[in-house]
Design a protein around this ligand. Structure first.
Ligand SMILES: O=C(O)C(=O)C[C@]1(C(=O)O)C=C[C@@H](O)C=C1
Length: 297
C-alpha cells in the first residue's frame, strides 16, 4: 500500500497543506516526517516547507509538477553504498542537481515494548547500515518504504514483538520507546544527499566556490573503452571523485557510468575533458554542477 501508516497521517496532511500554499518554498523528500531525508532537508534549508512524499520517485515528481521547488534525495551511504534506483531515477527525472548535503546518520531501535523482537522494519539502507547489530541479536530485518514510516507502521500495529530502526525523532513523533541508540554498525555512518530542482544553477552563482559536476556516460562496447574514457580526465588534470557502473536494460552490452568530478563546465580543463569524453563514448549527459559541500581528498 503506497500510503503512510495512520499515526503519520495528521502530520503528513498538515505539512502537505502548508507546502501547497507556497510550493516554491517546499522541499520534497521521500519518507514520513522524521525520516533521515526530512532531517537532511531541514538541515539544508531550515526555513523551507518540508513536503513528505511516499517514495523518492514521488519526491522528484513533486518538483516536476511544481508542487515543490526542490527535492532532497539520498544518493550514497559511506557504509552501505549506492541508494537503489537513484541512478535511474535522477536521469529520468529531467531535474538538475543544484546542491549536495552530507549528514551523519544515526539509527535507533524503537518499539512499543522492550523486546524480545522477532523483526525490525526499516528502509533497506538503514537495515544494511545496522546489519551486524540485527544479526547479533537474531532480529530479522524487514524492508519498509522509509525509516520513519516504519516507526509509524510499528506504532499502528500495536504489536510488542516487532521494532523499527529509525531516527530518534520518529520515536517521539509516533509514540514509540527507544530501546537502543546508535545501532548503526559504523560510528562515522554518513549519507550523501543531493538537492534537485527544475532549473540548473547559473554557474555565476558558484563563483569562488569549489564546484562539483555530476554526469552519466555510456562507454562503447570495445576493448579499453573505460580506460579511454578515464584518460580524458587524466590528461586534462581533472579530479574524479566518484565512478560507479550500472547496467541499463538487459543487454549487458554497453555499461553506463555515474561520475562526479571537481570543477565546472566553463573551466577550460573541464570543457576539454568533457568534449573528449563525448568523443570516446556513446554519450554524456550532465546532471548538474553545484558547490562542493565537503572537501574531497
Ligand atoms: O528512510 C529514511 O529515513 C531515508 O531518508 C532514506 C535513507 C536512504 O535511503 O539512504 C536516508 C538516509 C539513511 O542512509 C537511511 C535511509
Amino acid at each position: 500500500m503506497r500510503q503512510f501508516a495512520k499515526p503519520a497521517l495528521a502530520l503528513v496532511d498538515s505539512m502537505r497543506a502548508a507546502a501547497a500554499i507556497k510550493p516554491l518554498q517546499a522541499i520534497a523528500f521521500g519518507g514520513a516526517p522524521g525520516s533521515n531525508s526530512h532531517q537532511a532537508a531541514m538541515q539544508f534549508a531550515p526555513d523551507a516547507l518540508p513536503l513528505p512524499c511516499f517514495s523518492f520517485e514521488d519526491a522528484l515528481e513533486a518538483v516536476d509538477s511544481g508542487a515543490a521547488g526542490c527535492a532532497m534525495i539520498p544518493i550514497e551511504n559511506s557504509q552501505h553504498g549506492r541508494v537503489a534506483d537513484i541512478h535511474f531515477l535522477l536521469p529520468e527525472s529531467g531535474l538538475a542537481i543544484v546542491a549536495e548535503h552530507f549528514m551523519r546518520i544515526t539509527h535507533c531501535l524503537m518499539a512499543l515494548g522492550d523486546g524480545p523482537f522477532e523483526a525490525a522494519y526499516s528502509h533497506p539502507q538503514a537495515l544494511g547500515q545496522s546489519h551486524r547489530f540485527l544479526s547479533e541479536r537474531g532480529i530479522v530485518g524487514l524492508s519498509h518504504a522509509d525509516t520513519a514510516g516504519a516507526a509509524a507502521f510499528v506504532a499502528e500495529s500495536g504489536k510488542t514483538n516487532i521494532a523499527a530502526i529509525a531516527p530518534a525523532l520518529a520515536a517521539n513523533l509516533y509514540g514509540l520507546e527507544i530501546v537502543e541508540r546508535e545501532v548503526e554498525d559504523a560510528h562515522d555512518n554518513t549519507t550523501r544527499f543531493v538537492v534537485l530542482a527544475k532549473d540548473a544553477l547559473d554557474l555565476v552563482e558558484l563563483a569562488g566556490a569549489q564546484a562539483m559536476t555530476t554526469f552519466i556516460f555510456e562507454v562503447k562496447n570495445i576493448p579499453a573503452a573505460l580506460y579511454k574514457a578515464l584518460g580524458c580526465f587524466a590528461t586534462n588534470g581533472v579530479n574524479m571523485t566518484k565512478l560507479e557502473s550500472y547496467q541499463k536494460g538487459a543487454s549487458f552490452a554497453a555499461t553506463q557510468f555515474f561520475a562526479d568530478i571537481e570543477g565546472a563546465p566553463g573551466e577550460p580543463r573541464v570543457d576539454a575533458a568533457l568534449d573528449e569524453l563525448a568523443f570516446q563514448t556513446n554519450g554524456v549527459r550532465l546532471l548538474g554542477t553545484y558547490a562542493q559541500a565537503r572537501k574531497r581528498g
